[in-house]
Design a protein around this ligand. Structure first.
Ligand code: FE
Ligand code: FE
Ligand code: ZN
Length: 279
């Protein structure tokens, strides 16, 4: 069974996201706990969560994935921005306790001229402060494309952050692989998928791969750009993406679409992918 969903709007709560997921043929979804540009989180309604958990159980949903705000930058040059990252991160993880057993993904950040080494120390510092809040949540670092001064576009950088963090058991701290980002970062998941997954396994460990963002890309291989495309309309292509979701080493890992689509487009992509899944 393919655990497949898409990024959904959280503005009407958890139950609505669950219902929307069912409408588009999904059995998981990604969402923001607050405005993606930062800002205050909405209060969590315990009744809404309870109704969602019931629905998710009935329909055998896989793990759901919360995405940190884009403004969260744990390795900013600016101390205030790093403090904001720590506060938002910790607060989000407390909220995730309402839906125990799920996933929280964040961008490692942009070092804006400080250099990768300083940035990695700062990211580890933030993780060491917030990880104790992740009691029943797996925290994930997203693989990045390497645009600007982004940290986390190589498996080595992600592995270094993970290895230096205190609470780093594989069920506590892992990685979310974004297909558009890794392809843009120079990992050829279309032509050399086996090699890339072997490399991931050696450097990070496939036991830490807890989620996938499935996107095609508008830009060419190794472009270090971050432009998502609809499935089959980009440089990865439909065939490559179908091979990817069918790879035996990726079996059972929840997949979320972040393609430029409305719900109808997501539904079509989910139909296409489920129809070409051989597991
Ligand atoms: Fe992301
Ligand atoms: Fe992503
Ligand atoms: Zn992206």
């Amino acid at each position: 069974m393919l655990i497949l969903g898409a990024h959904l709007s959280s503005s009407n709560g958890f139950l609505q996201m669950g219902k929307t997921a069912l409408q588009i043929g999904a059995n998981t979804f990604q969402f923001f706990l607050r405005n993606p540009r930062g800002g205050a989180a909405k209060d969590i309604d315990a009744k809404d969560v309870e109704a969602f958990l019931k629905l998710a159980k009935e329909h055998e949903f896989g793990q759901i994935l919360a995405h940190a705000p884009y403004t969260l930058n744990p390795c900013s040059k600016d101390l205030k921005t790093r403090e904001f990252a720590r506060e938002v991160f910790a607060d989000d993880l407390k909220r995730m306790e309402y839906v125990p057993g799920n996933l929280y993904n964040f961008h490692p950040g942009s070092h804006v001229g400080q250099g990768v080494e300083v940035a990695i120390s700062q990211i580890v510092e933030v993780l060491d402060e917030v990880m104790p809040e992740a009691k029943h949540t797996t925290v994930l670092l997203e693989t990045m494309s390497g645009k600007g001064s982004e940290v986390g576009s190589t498996f080595e950088e992600l592995a270094e952050i993970i290895s230096r963090t205190k609470n780093n058991a594989p069920e506590q701290l892992g990685v979310c692989l974004d297909t558009c980002h890794v392809y843009s970062a120079g990992y050829d998941i279309v032509g050399r998928l086996d090699e890339v997954l072997d490399k991931f396994d050696k450097v990070i460990g496939l036991n830490r791969l807890h989620a996938i963002h499935l996107n095609d890309s508008m830009t060419e291989f190794n472009s270090h750009k971050d432009r998502h495309e609809r499935i089959g309309f980009g440089t990865l292509g439909q065939e490559g993406i179908i091979r990817f979701i069918n790879h035996p080493k990726l079996k059972g890992i929840p997949i979320n679409l972040e393609t430029p689509n409305e719900l109808e487009g997501y539904a079509d992509e989910i139909t296409l992918l489920r129809g070409n899944f051989k597991g």
